[in-house]
Structures are given as structure tokens and as C-alpha cells.
Design a protein around this ligand. Structure first.
Ligand SMILES: [Zn+2]
Length: 439
């Protein structure tokens, strides 16, 4: 596989231009001005003077610099406030691109996004992480190259990666991922940095799903959010006051392996017995549905035709009122509902969002989980609580991965470090050392 082709590695890209006078630039006020416009706190020159505390002359110069670098652009005229109309300034989200990568137990999704983290297109493939880290990362690289080739003029400034296991925030490495044998200690960041010229940030997949949904979903972003992923495995993430609950080393939210039962047949992939995932995860659902397919006409037919049962087949069976599927979903949703009710009591979120591939089975899970939470959580925790399914068509994780890249690139300390050069590409190692966004 080619290791050198990457976004626009040849031509001078619009956002990659470097100021000839870099040495004379004062990075801090320039970064401050770009940050104020990008965050929407000040989008005219007069407002920048007021909000930044910089002089009019310095603001004018720094805005000019930002225009030359391609980071800001003209946004038309502001609404009149009686006096002369000020010209609006706009952050140029199209100066470059970032990639979001979501590696799941049984699939890979890669998305390309603008510098606000808005997804422009995605590429997806069914893929098992059992193939091991090197083969998996080679597939990720192939998706990145294919997406990059569509816009060869624009460079990629950063990559955010989500992985289905606990990530040590200080090293970016996976730490004993229960469902990924062979991945312990692996660094997706180090692998990508060897093959791609851009800074890389890595996080747990469910954290990124929560960030994607919190930023781009329908709920007010002021709300505290609890996100529960029901996929092959089960995980959760809590956003409180706009910050992710991380724990000491990044392991917060790992609910897939909390203990539910001592039943000896509930052996989990992590080696323990009776984990939530073993009792109620997507893989346990598929395993039991396959084993008992003869009890369901829909599943029996699916198994005969394609030699496997999928979550989609279970959804079809649920729609026609299949008794076996109803039993399998009810049993699992009740167990998950109990755990979710505990989490709601613990975290008191404004929204509980359920995401993950298990949603392909229909509304059964969400309905039962909602009912259990209403029954089992405290009144204070359920008053005003919105319980809903994820809204980004299964793309919330890859959207969150893209945001991980943009928010780390444009965090004020990061911006000040690279802005004199007009792009962050020569600063990857330094940027990756800075305290990460969403921490
Ligand atoms: Zn387990």
C-alpha cells in the first residue's frame, strides 16, 4: 500500500500558505482573533476590539494576517445597529480538512470533515478488529487515501480516531481492551503518524459518539448528556457541564463489564462471567438468535439464505411481532434498563441518548429502557429527562472523531503554536503533547 499519497501533498493549498513575515508576527493576538471569530464570540472588527482588549490597529493587522493565511474570510455586512454597518468576519472552515476515524469491533467508518468538524462524506466497511491492529490500520489508511483523493487540493490538518476500548489519555494507547485481543498497548496514533503527515488524537469510541451527538444532535448543548452505546459491546459516556467525565486515566464509562449475574453460561469475551455485555450486548443477542433460529420463521429463513443472522434480520422479525425476537429483546432491554436507571440516578443527565448498531432492531430496546428508567430512577433525575435514540444516522462517532481533531487543532494554546506557519503540519509532535480538548 502506498504510504506517501496524501491530501494535496503537491500543490500549495489555500490554507497551507505561510506568511513570509512569520518571524515578525506575534502569534498570541493572531490566535486570539481567529479563536474569537471561530467561536462566534466576536465576528466584526469593532467587536473584536471590545472583546479582545487589543487596540484597533492591532486587530486590523491581525485580521489582515488571518485573511492572508486563509483562516478568516469576508462574511458580508452585519445587521445595522444605527451607525455604519460593520463587515462580518467568517472563519474559513474550508481552508483544510480533517479526518474522523471510527474503529468498531465489526466495522470501520472514516469521514472527511471541514474545520468545524462537519462531515462532508464518509466511507464504511464491515471489518473485524480480530484481524489485528496492522491489518486494520492499513484498511483505515486506504479509506483515508480514497476520501483524500476526491479533494486533492485540500490538505488534511489532523485526524481523530475512536477505538472500542479504554484509551490511556496520556499515551493514546489502548489499555487491555476486553474485546480486542492483540491490541493491548497498541497506539493508533503512532501507526498513523508513521504513514500520514498530520497530528493524530485518539479516544474511546463512546466518548466520541457522545461528543458528536452533543455538538450536532437536536438537544440543547447546555444539557448534561448520558450516552449509552448498544453495539456489539456496551459502553457509556457522560458529558457534564460541557466536559466529558474521564476518570483518573480515561477509563470512565466502561459499563460493558459491570457484573449482572453469576449464571455460569454468561461467559464474557473479557474472560469474566456475568458481564452486562455477555448478558445483553449485541453479540449475545446475535448468538442466542442464531442458536434458537428454528423458533422463528424470519430468523430461520435468514439463516438458511445467508448462513448468518444480522441485527437487521432481528429488526424485520420484531416488526412482524416475532415471539422469539420479542423475548430476546425484552430480556436484554430490561437488564440494560436497570443499569441505565442506576446511571441516571448517578449522573442526573438532561438527555439520555441511546446509540449503536442494536438500534437496527427497531424501537423495542428504547421503549423498554425508557420504561424501566421511569420506574427505577428518582423523581428528581427523571423530571424533564429526555430519552431518545442517536440522531446522526450512526455517524455520531465519526463526527465526534472529526471534532476531536478540529477542537484540538483550534484550542487557543494549539492555535498559538502553529498559526505563524499558517498550518499545523510541522507541529504534530508538539500539538499532541498539549492537554487534549474535551478533557
Ligand atoms: Zn466482560
Amino acid at each position: 500500500m502506498s504510504t506517501e499519497s496524501f491530501v494535496g501533498s503537491g500543490d500549495a493549498p489555500p490554507g497551507g500558505a505561510s506568511l513570509g513575515t512569520a518571524a515578525s508576527l506575534d502569534a498570541a493576538p493572531l490566535a486570539h482573533v481567529v479563536d474569537l471569530v471561530r467561536s462566534g464570540r466576536a465576528v466584526t472588527r469593532p467587536r473584536l476590539v471590545v472583546v479582545s482588549g487589543l487596540t484597533r490597529k492591532v486587530v486590523t493587522q491581525r485580521v489582515e494576517d488571518a485573511f492572508r493565511l486563509g483562516l478568516l474570510r469576508d462574511g458580508g455586512l452585519a445587521a445595522s445597529e444605527g451607525g455604519r454597518q460593520a463587515r462580518l468576519l467568517e472563519f474559513n472552515a474550508d481552508a483544510a480538512r480533517v479526518f474522523g476515524v471510527l474503529i468498531e469491533a465489526s466495522e470501520i467508518t472514516v469521514g472527511v470533515a471541514d474545520l468545524r468538524g462537519r462531515l462532508l462524506s464518509t466511507s464504511h466497511e464491515d471489518w473485524s478488529v480480530d484481524n489485528g491492529p496492522d491489518a486494520t490500520m492499513a484498511r483505515v489508511k486506504a479509506h483515508i487515501d480514497a476520501l483524500a483523493a476526491r479533494e486533492p487540493r485540500l490538505r488534511a490538518w489532523g485526524i481523530g480516531v475512536g477505538v472500542p476500548g479504554p484509551v490511556d489519555l496520556t499515551t493514546g494507547r489502548l489499555v487491555s481492551p476486553p474485546i480486542m485481543p492483540g491490541w493491548h498497548g497498541f497506539s493508533a496514533r503512532a501507526w498513523l503518524r508513521e504513514h500520514v503527515d498530520a497530528p493524530v488524537w485518539v479516544d474511546n469510541d463512546v466518548n466520541l459518539m457522545a461528543i458528536g451527538e452533543w455538538t450536532f444532535g437536536p438537544g440543547p448543548t447546555a444539557d448534561d448528556m448520558l450516552f449509552i452505546k448498544l453495539g456489539t459491546g456496551i459502553g457509556s459516556a457522560v458529558i457534564s457541564r460541557g466536559r466529558l467525565l474521564r476518570g483518573q486515566r480515561g477509563g470512565a464509562g466502561e459499563i460493558g463489564h459491570v457484573h449482572i449475574t453469576d449464571a455460569p453460561d454468561a461467559v464474557c469475551r473479557c474472560g469474566l462471567v456475568g458481564c452486562l455485555e455477555a448478558v445483553a450486548g449485541g453479540w449475545s443477542l446475535l448468538a442466542e438468535a442464531t442458536r434458537r433460529a428454528a423458533e422463528s420463521p424470519v430468523l430461520e429463513q435468514a439463516l438458511a439464505e445467508r448462513h448468518q443472522v444480522t441485527l437487521g434480520d432481528i429488526g424485520v422479525a420484531a416488526q412482524v411481532g416475532d415471539a422469539l425476537v420479542r423475548e430476546l429483546i425484552e430480556a436484554r432491554a430490561n437488564v440494560i434498563g436497570d443499569v441505565a436507571a442506576n446511571l441516571v440516578n448517578f449522573a442526573n443527565p438532561g438527555q439520555l441518548v441511546i446509540g449503536g448498531g442494536v438500534l437496527r432492531t427497531g424501537d423495542g430496546f428504547l421503549d423498554i429502557i425508557s420504561a424501566v428508567i421511569q420506574r427505577r430512577s428518582t423523581r428528581l433525575a427523571t423530571d424533564g429527562l429526555v430519552i431518545r435514540s442517536a440522531s446522526l444516522d450512526q455517524n455520531e462517532g465519526v463526527a465526534g472523531a472529526a471534532l476531536l481533531a478540529t477542537e484540538n487543532l483550534f484550542a487557543p494554546a494549539a492555535l498559538a503554536r502553529w498559526i505563524e506557519d499558517g498550518n499545523p503540519l510541522g507541529h504534530a509532535a508538539a500539538l499532541q503533547q498539549l492537554p487534549a480538548a474535551y478533557v
